[in-house]
Design a protein around this ligand. Structure first.
Ligand SMILES: Nc1ncnc2c1ncn2[C@@H]1O[C@H](COP(=O)(O)OP(=O)(O)OP(=O)(O)O)[C@@H](O)[C@H]1O
Ligand SMILES: Nc1ncnc2c1ncn2[C@@H]1O[C@H](COP(=O)(O)OP(=O)(O)OP(=O)(O)O)[C@@H](O)[C@H]1O
Lengths: 215, 215
């Protein structure tokens, strides 16, 4: 198991810390707000009330010994950047930081964090894609350049198999599962027949999946 | 094209509104903060400075005529709930609301919103899964019960094809793409050979994909 330090126990930081702890990992949670620290003392391995811009406090907490340090401070961009730099200066190898906007994200990237997370932007992208199309029920870019969408089947191909449709060649994407009413065919095969109303789980390069408006 | 109203132009709401607008849809953005409203006036079809708990203001803005109304107010849970109820009472058919925590989410669900979005919780889940496993580079539950993971190939199957490995039967999941160095094989076929260091994009039922710690 790994050891994690989460700095900033807002909605994002506390949910992340708690889930890692529930998965059996060691988690130290740090927040400068004592009320918040007390609220989470039974949900994490250990908690500490401290201002994380205080380098001595972080050093005393043994920051460099953690496998991952996640700077989950949100609204306070200056503190987020200051804490991120302090944690990097202390020699922490894998630092993840949360960004509040695009400019903040590029600053963090240049500082050398292992990963930048932007919960609001990522959620906005996902919602926009679902909202913008009638037959697209869900859409996620699960990796830069690769996406997965859930799309409803219309009347055109109803009763045809994926092979007959020539699905892969036609759409440059793979059907990975089919949901019919509340049943799921968890692994799709070329001979599977699709019907109007089915939901197809389709994955492939983002440019290809994005083009699929309806089936 | 559809017509959307986004209430609350914080990071999430403004990013969502702007993306829908850039995709060619009509977007009205509402926020009670005039500075924020002015900041976004060129990024959306129309903006309105108003307190959205004011039913008359929403009625005058023609709320019921929008295809979707998204209540993107964050920190202020009471306002979020009040605005959501007002929008539902005005007869808006498809209302999406953002939740700040689990209790807020279940209240919104009971009120009858079409979808609840929780950017921080969703981001926390996704990060926890990536952080918690060494060979899993990324993990998303893209639909209740269905997940997608990016996993590194170890030495065991290096040089074997997916068919030889009997991948689907063995792991109860589908390889949809293979990334080698920075090249991607965007659609995986049974005869594709995998090598140590490759990254496999694997999809299937969550219980199956979760079990895959290494390949
Ligand atoms: N310098 C700091 N040292 C330690 N903790 C801090 C510091 N600055 C802010 N925090 C803590 O970080 C937590 C999260 O940050 P904040 O509440 O500002 O962002 P948020 O965007 O509301 O977060 P979320 O969306 O995750 O709820 C807060 O609990 C806050 O007390
Ligand atoms: N009653 C209201 N009517 C209209 N706008 C409102 C109302 N209450 C809050 N807002 C606006 O909603 C926006 C987003 O809410 P808020 O900033 O509280 O949440 P947030 O969690 O910081 O959002 P984000 O994480 O998306 O940045 C703010 O710009 C705020 O002015």
């Amino acid at each position: 198991s790994n050891e994690y330090c989460v700095i900033g126990l807002g909605a994002f930081g506390s949910a992340l810390g708690m889930e890692l702890y529930e998965r059996g990992h060691v988690v130290l949670g740090i927040d400068r707000n004592e009320v918040i620290v007390n609220k989470h003392q039974d949900h994490l391995t250990q908690v500490l009330a401290a201002d994380a811009t205080n380098e001595d406090a972080l050093k005393a907490a043994g920051m460099v010994d953690y496998d991952y340090v996640i700077v989950a401070i949100g609204d306070h961009i200056e503190d987020n950047i200051l804490v991120t730099q302090t944690v990097l200066d202390l020699g922490c190898k894998k630092v993840w930081s949360r960004a509040e906007n695009q400019r903040h994200a590029s600053i963090l990237a240049k500082m050398g964090v292992a990963r930048v997370v932007d919960p609001e932007l990522e959620a906005a992208h996902r919602c926009a894609r679902i909202l913008a199309s009638r037959s697209v029920l869900d859409f996620i870019e699960f990796s830069p350049g690769f996406s997965l969408a859930q799309i409803i089947v219309g009347p055109t191909y109803s009763g045809k198999s994926l092979k007959e449709i020539g699905f892969r060649t036609k759409y440059q994407a793979t059907v990975i599962a089919i949901r019919r009413q509340d049943e799921s065919i968890p692994i799709a095969h070329p001979e599977d027949v699709i019907y109007e109303g089915d939901v197809l789980f389709i994955a492939g390069k983002t440019e290809a999946v994005e083009k699929i408006e309806r089936i």
